[in-house]
Design a protein around this ligand. Structure first.
Ligand code: ZN
Length: 351
């Protein structure tokens, strides 16, 4: 990732570049972003620039061995920490970021503007909240105690430090306060108020600005095709379901239930459920006259307006718990046709 590849946030990119140029590099930095606005891309561009063998015109070259390793997220001196949980993709009893690093890399290479739900999906722990546990702190301290492999900066990119518990923070604190020479901590947070104060107070904070509509469209256009296809498929199915429900067409609604049960894996069925709950939250926000925080793409505005008018006040608060229950039941191997038929019936009656 070069600064030139960053979408939006040029002021932040310039500030990072000039910090690197001045040699006065903050050893602990906290980048605060709204999800998906490019904090990881900025952090990577910054580290790539710092470690580049042939920087040109305030940017990394993109071609030296260090840049090539950075772009594949395999630079031996740059480590990643992110919230994890137990899941089918790791057999580790107490998984750490290392247990899932392969999936992290694949995701970040394909889409450095990913959001937390994308990460959960990539590491196979959808719907479970992740944690940065104390084992992670031990692993980081070990890695940073070794001499750097390449003579450049060593760094830890810490994604969502708000998911770190007190014990982990206590372990890391001394390292963050007095890191070994040429060692950097880059924290990326979506909720600075939840970052433990002991860590927060030791960081230089930088605000990564929300993307403009045009910039967000540019980011979307770069998203992997597969994601967009899945999104479109889910959106079509959700729209069919809601249209059937508000037009009181039970047969069509049940057909949608069958289509949900026919999604080709349990993971996909759960992903659809999570998607549908997010859509219903948008309906709720419109009903609460808060469309500005519902974050609805312009091409979907008309649909959401129509649906929010067609549903009663209690539809959203009733439907979301039903959907959450289905997610739990899918994990217990309950027959999916029965589950989704029941869900559609309940939603149909809640409207
Ligand atoms: Zn380079």
């Amino acid at each position: 990732m070069r600064f030139a590849d960053i979408i939006g946030n040029q002021t932040v990119a310039k500030a990072l570049a000039s910090m690197a140029d001045s040699g006065r590099v903050a050893h602990a930095m906290l980048l605060y972003e709204n999800e998906g606005c490019g904090a990881l891309a900025l952090a990577m561009a910054y580290l790539q620039y710092l470690n580049c063998a042939n920087p040109v015109d305030g940017d990394s070259c993109g071609e030296c061995p260090s840049c090539r390793q950075m772009s594949k997220y395999i630079h031996p001196d740059v480590h990643f920490v992110f919230p994890v949980n137990k899941g089918p993709k790791s057999s580790d009893e107490k998984p750490t970021s290392e247990s899932y690093i392969k999936y992290w890399r694949e995701l970040a290479i394909a889409d450095p503007y990913f959001v937390e739900a994308d990460l959960q999906k990539a590491i196979g722990v959808e719907g479970k909240s992740g944690l940065i546990a104390v084992a992670e702190a031990k692993s980081i301290i070990n890695k940073l105690s070794l001499a750097s492999v390449t003579d450049g900066y060593k760094a830890v990119v810490f994604y969502l430090p708000e998911k770190m518990n007190q014990e982990t923070a206590n372990r890391l604190l001394k390292m963050v306060e007095e890191p070994p020479a040429k060692t950097l901590f880059l924290f990326i947070t979506h909720a600075p108020e939840k970052v433990l104060q002991t860590i927060f107070s030791r960081c230089q904070s930088i605000r990564v600005l929300p993307l403009t509509k045009e910039e967000a469209a540019q980011v979307n256009a770069q998203k992997p095709q597969e994601d967009r296809e899945e999104y479109d498929g889910f959106m079509d199915l959700f729209a069919d379901l809601m249209n059937a429900i508000i037009s009181r067409n039970l047969m069509s609604a049940l057909e949608c239930g069958e289509a949900m049960a026919a999604l080709d894996s349990r993971e996909k069925q759960k992903a659809f459920c999570i998607f549908a709950s997010e859509c219903i939250r948008k309906i709720f926000l419109i009903q609460q006259k808060l469309p500005q925080i519902a974050d609805i793409p312009s091409e979907e505005q008309e649909f959401y307006q129509k649906i929010s008018q067609g549903c009663g006040r209690k539809f959203c608060s009733r439907s979301i718990p039903y959907i959450e229950k289905v997610v739990a039941m899918i994990d217990r191997n309950v027959n999916s046709k029965m589950l989704f038929c029941d869900l559609v019936n309940r939603m149909f009656l809640s409207v």
